[in-house]
Design a protein around this ligand. Structure first.
Ligand code: TTP
Ligand code: MG
Length: 409
């Protein structure tokens, strides 16, 4: 008899304390100890992650190493070893791809998959929930083949599954059934919802809201007044409604972008280039964080009369490097301004044609490329510590300029 799959088929998988777990794998004596990865106790550098033991002392990702040292002087500090972690990350993504045709990588240690219709591959026992069965199988294979623990969330959509996997940590899994999404989210802090960053949370707290339940109960009209269409999206997300489906991660539709509407129309070429550079750096950082590289770089620009254009260039090799993204975007902008030199109202950069970056772009210049990727990673760490402005290579902040949907994590 053909049974229908239960509707909760979207799974979010995220490895537990990933960089630390990889370190513990090769040095089991670290087990149960407070360990910090990245930075030196002397105060230089930034924490990439910490063991769960170290987190008991309040140590968190992106915190200066000096703060971590102050919180827990006896902690063990280890340098990061990206090349070694990348190997674990590659195996992790491979396991997922072997279990479902629909896998969307979302970072070095996280991905979404949809197992709808995968009964023939997964073969759950009679009466067993397909999503739960798949999540259990995935976690077990990661445990056996990578050697570390993963947590999983299972629900009808990516947003709720992501929150569920967070709630299931460490080494757990959680199923949120269709119709129970809002009740599941209600008691949680506003920041538990991906897309509510520090600033948005601050804005919501000023309205007197504390939990996602408060947000669910808040009049939608008022949210719209305060936050525009983003307010409407917030209301839907707080109830656990999320439209965007799992994609296979290589689709043309997916892109990483940044754009900015200027407070006053901007005609100064140097300033426009500086904005573009800042955006290229942010796009590059997003790509590296997601372990993606891009094949196509585009710009979008809008004149004061709202006439809007895009222009794009396809690269010979996919990239995740700030400089390559900036050079391509900058050439496109120069060409655009040669044709029509009016001031701009909006400018943005996008990277598309995305694929999982498994070092494929390492061509003949492999060593040089490696060095540049490493440099970009170091810059990422410094920026995480001091904020984006600390290392801007040009002028990127404008009076009155505002980022459009620049979601914080
Ligand atoms: P996360 O999945 O956010 O964190 P985690 O795996 O260490 O811990 P959790 O159990 O809560 O999932 O990030 C994955 C890895 O990415 C993390 O091990 C280190 C790296 N990373 C950074 O380098 N900098 C950062 O700011 C963050 C958040 C992560
Ligand atoms: Mg993780």
């Amino acid at each position: 008899m053909q049974r229908e799959s239960p509707p909760e088929t979207v799974i979010h998988v995220d490895l537990d304390a990933f960089f630390y777990a990889m370190e513990e794998l090769r040095d089991p004596s670290l087990k149960g100890k407070p360990v910090v990865i990245g930075g030196a106790p002397g105060g230089r550098g930034v924490v990439t992650t910490a063991s769960y033991e170290a987190r008991k002392y309040g140590i968190r990702s992106a915190m200066p190493a000096s703060t971590a040292h102050r919180l827990c002087p006896q902690a063990i500090f280890l340098p990061t070893d990206h090349r070694y972690y990348a190997e674990g990350s590659r195996r992790f993504h491979e396991i997922l791809r072997s279990l479902s045709p629909l896998v969307e990588p979302a970072g070095v240690d996280e991905a979404y998959l949809d197992v709808r219709g995968c009964e023939p591959i997964l073969r759950p026992a009679d009466g067993e929930h397909l999503g739960e069965f798949a999540a259990r199988a995935i976690r077990q294979r990661i445990r056996e083949e990578v050697g570390i623990a993963a947590s999983a969330g299972i629900s009808t959509n990516k947003l709720v599954s992501k929150v569920a996997s967070d709630a299931a940590k460490p080494d757990g899994m959680l199923l949120v059934r269709a119709g129970e999404e809002a009740a599941f989210l209600a008691p949680m802090d506003l920041r538990a919802l991906p897309g509510i960053g520090r600033q948005t949370a601050e804005g919501l707290r000023r309205l007197g809201l504390r939990t996602l339940g408060d947000l669910q109960a808040y009049p939608t009209g008022l949210l719209r007044e305060r936050f525009g269409t983003y307010g409407l999206e917030l209301a839907r997300h707080a109830r656990g409604e999320f439209e965007s489906a799992v994609t296979d991660g290589s689709g043309q539709a997916k892109s990483v972008s940044r754009e900015m509407t200027f407070g006053e129309d901007e005609g100064n070429r140097e300033r426009l280039r500086a904005v573009l550079r800042g955006q290229a750096e942010q796009v590059g950082r997003d790509l590296r964080r997601k372990l993606l590289s891009a094949r196509t770089i585009s710009i979008k620009y809008r004149y004061p009369d709202f006439e809007t254009h895009t222009a794009s260039q396809t690269l010979k090799l996919p990239t995740a490097l700030d400089e390559v993204i900036f050079q391509a975007a900058s050439k496109l902008l120069s060409a655009a301004l040669r044709k029509d030199g009016r001031p701009l109202r909006l400018l943005g950069v996008a990277a598309s044609g995305l694929g999982l970056d498994e070092g494929r772009q390492l061509g003949l210049d492999a060593e040089d490329e490696e060095r540049r990727v490493r440099l970009n990673r170091t810059l990422d760490e410094v920026r995480a510590r001091f904020g984006t402005d600390s290392l801007e290579t040009g002028l990127t902040r404008f009076q009155g300029a505002k980022h459009w949907r620049d979601f914080e994590r």
